[in-house]
Design a binder for this molecule. Structure first.
Ligand code: CTP
Length: 397
């Protein structure tokens, strides 16, 4: 057993995922474990890694210890130890490079070649060798994330190597998908804002996207987004994108171009790119309009076209008046329109492109309390359709 779970057990923290490294055939070990536990294998990749999901939904990652050095190590007395030792050496930080043997003969034996236990006790994040960030620049994000999660601090040399890696532009070599995973992992932390701030201090955001500075405002908004999401979520569409809201927060003070570049760098879908860029570009205007307690119809118009993630972002970025406006908007969204397109066709109007404008105007009037009954709504629709020269061909007009 290796990695995060060992670290968490040593720290006395709860842990969910299990990482197992097998000296030998990982996939067939995983298959036996699946058969024994009633779990199922959901992935088996070309690196010999299997992911097993237990019946209680916990996840067990089963990797095969890398054996490139197996032959070189064969001269040593304990080959199996050397293989796992090599595996540990490829890992990110000493705190994640402690292993515990699970085999019956040596069950419970701790392998700690990099003094991970001492670093856990001292609260230090330390790379295992000076090429660590070059081998895998995503460790730049991980270092800040673990440091902030556990309230640890980076070892001095590790911080120097990290800053040098950022300056050398190593992040430019990381794919969009991998950077996205790292940024997502930050936003899954309990308090993502501190990691955002720390990465700003390292110059990571600017290195990732020129012009992206996650300054104090951004960090504050990121912190507020967690709360805003919780408060608003009962009124939001179930599939609203938390991640997009956080990205808006991250880019809150960036230019529209930098916000767009961020979404492109992370390889977001076309839809998410637009949603994030629009919200960042529209923020100042929306916040100033929402602060003036607009009429419901104006509110609806102002917020039309913004995603639910943007509503969370505006809510997090705004003052009490803005928050009240967003709450009113969401309450208004639950109100059913008094009439629909079917009511218009029933009156003999032929469906046309004008319908949606007319229905929108009727809805606006309904929200503002100008029309209160179905009859009044129909009457207003009739007037608007007549004004638009739509002629009823039959029906009860
Ligand atoms: N690892 C690594 N370098 C990376 C990613 C992972 O060396 N870039 C190693 C670490 O030993 C880590 C293990 O793979 O402990 C499992 O990775 P992951 O599940 O991402 O890390 P956890 O430490 O379990 O993190 P978390 O607590 O956030 O789940």
């Amino acid at each position: 057993m290796v990695g995060g779970m060992v670290r968490d057990i040593i720290m006395g923290r709860g842990t969910v995922d299990v990482d197992v490294v097998v000296n030998g055939d990982g996939p067939s070990f995983a298959a036996s474990l699946a058969a024994l536990t009633g779990g199922s294998i959901v992935l088996h990749d070309r690196f010999g890694t299997s992911v097993l999901i237990l019946p209680d939904k916990r996840r067990v990652d089963v990797a095969t210890a890398r054996t490139e050095t197996y032959n070189a190590a064969a001269a040593l007395p304990d080959v199996s130890f050397t293989v796992i030792d090599y595996d540990l050496k490829r890992r990110d930080f000493s705190i994640n490079a402690v292993a515990v043997a699970l085999g019956s003969a040596e069950f419970g034996e701790v392998l700690d070649p990099f003094n991970g236990q001492a670093d856990i006790a001292a609260g230090v994040i330390r790379v295992l060798h000076e090429g660590s960030f070059v081998d895998d620049p995503t460790r730049i994000f991980r270092a800040a994330r673990f440091e902030q999660r556990f309230q640890f601090h980076l070892d001095e040399e590790t911080e120097r190597l990290l800053r040098a890696a950022v300056r050398a532009g190593l992040l430019n070599h990381v794919s969009g998908a991998r950077v996205r995973n790292e940024v997502m992992a930050i936003f899954e932390e309990r308090e993502p804002a501190t990691t955002v701030k720390r990465l700003q201090d390292f110059g990571v955001w600017n290195a990732l996207v020129p012009g992206l500075d996650a300054n104090v405002t951004a960090a504050t908004i990121v912190a507020a987004i967690t709360m805003a999401g919780k408060e608003l979520s009962p009124s939001l569409k179930p599939d609203w994108r938390t991640f997009n809201a956080y990205l808006m927060g991250l880019a809150t003070d960036a230019s529209e171009a930098a916000a767009r570049d961020l979404t492109e760098r992370l390889g977001l879908s076309h839809h998410s790119r637009r949603a994030v860029t629009r919200a960042v570009a529209g923020r100042s205007l929306v916040l100033s309009e929402l602060a003036n307690e607009p009429q419901p119809s104006v509110l609806r118009q102002t917020l039309a076209g913004y995603s639910d993630a943007a509503l969370v972002f505006f809510y997090a970025a705004g003052d009490a008046a803005v928050r009240a406006s967003i709450e009113r908007f969401l309450a208004g969204r639950r109100i059913k329109p008094l009439i629909t397109g079917r009511d218009l066709t029933r009156q003999g109007y032929l469906p046309s492109a004008v319908f949606s404008d007319v229905l929108e105007s009727v809805m606006a009037a309904q929200l503002d309390g100008i029309v209160k009954t179905v009859a009044e709504a129909n009457e207003l629709a009739r007037q608007l359709l007549d004004a638009a020269n739509q002629i009823a061909v039959s029906g009860d007009k």
